[in-house]
Design a protein around this ligand. Structure first.
Ligand SMILES: [Zn+2]
Length: 301
């Protein structure tokens, strides 16, 4: 048996490799065929999708990277942060993304263990990270992630309901919803409330106060994790968005009417909910007994 420390290290390495792939998704998904290419994006000589070309390339000189340019976390240091062909600076976000995804993988393991729920939560966290970064870059939340995600939430709810009626255990326990009724509640209460806000803002100001993409993102959270998760995400997301927005306005980096992407704050709030960071962080900061809060999380419905 591997020790917890060894599994934690393996989880970090696995997460960092996944994070490297997420960097590819964030760069390539908005270039896909189903959504218009953002005017800010530089035209590339070849057609690019998430899977094609299979090997990564430098977006500046378009040369295919060598194997040792591609090692998560490590390569950035080996290359001293520059493309080895054209010496263009590699954005700091790539190693940061690998560290972040590695940390999220470790947190999923510590919260849910090596269980189906643990793997599923990590997959959702990855999708949320991709959504947040694409929203920062292009001010869009891709339907390619929110629509299948919402559908998947409903499928998980139906599967949970069915397996619970047969074996009195859900297929994917907490934090996933146990039945279709709760998924429906999450779907109605989360995006429903935001839709009301969207309509009200439209009536008063005659323009969109928040994007419909944010509402679709809430639909994903509500369908998968229920009304409580959706409410938590709206509430904490709004608080974080207001605080950072206010800071940006006060430091005069944004005007009062500037559009600020709301997706990253919703994502940060959803991640906080899923990993119970609002409970864990104070525990980890103020108590030496680090084992107890993790155990607390593994409660069934
Ligand atoms: Zn290059």
């Amino acid at each position: 048996m591997l020790s917890i420390a060894a599994i934690t290290l393996l989880c970090f390495i696995f997460g960092a490799i996944v994070g490297s792939f997420l960097g590819v998704c964030i760069y390539r998904i908005p270039m896909g065929r189903y959504e218009p290419v953002h005017p800010g994006i530089r035209e590339l000589a070849r057609e690019v999708t998430v899977w094609r070309p299979a090997r990564s390339f430098c977006p500046r000189c378009e040369r295919q990277l060598l194997w040792w340019h591609n090692i998560p976390v490590v390569s950035f240091f080996l290359l001293r942060g520059r493309c080895s062909f054209c010496t263009t600076r590699i954005p700091l976000r790539y190693p940061l993304l690998e560290w972040l995804t590695g940390a999220l993988c470790v947190a999923s393991y510590l919260c849910f263990g090596l269980t189906a729920t643990g793997y599923a939560v990590f997959a959702v966290l990855c999708a949320l990270v991709v959504v947040a970064f694409i929203d920062i870059d292009y001010m869009i939340i891709p339907d390619k992630i929110t629509y299948p995600g919402t559908a998947l939430g409903l499928i998980i709810a139906a599967a949970n309901q069915r397996t619970f009626s047969q074996t009195s255990r859900p297929l994917l326990p907490y934090p996933f919803v146990p039945d279709l009724a709760q998924a429906g509640m999450g779907l109605l209460l989360g995006p429903g409330v935001l839709l009301a806000v969207w309509a009200l803002y439209w009536l008063v100001r005659r323009r969109e106060g928040l994007g419909l993409g944010d509402i679709k993102l809430l639909a994903l959270v509500g369908a998968m994790f229920g009304a409580e998760a959706a409410w938590f995400t709206i509430l904490l997301g709004s608080i974080l968005g207001s605080l950072f927005g206010l800071a940006a306005i006060l430091s005069r980096r944004q005007s009062l009417s500037a559009y600020i992407p709301f997706g990253p704050y919703l994502v940060a709030a959803a991640i906080t909910y899923l990993l119970k960071l609002d409970v864990l962080l104070p525990h980890l900061l103020f108590s030496l007994d680090t084992a107890s809060p993790w155990k607390m999380l593994r409660e069934p419905w």
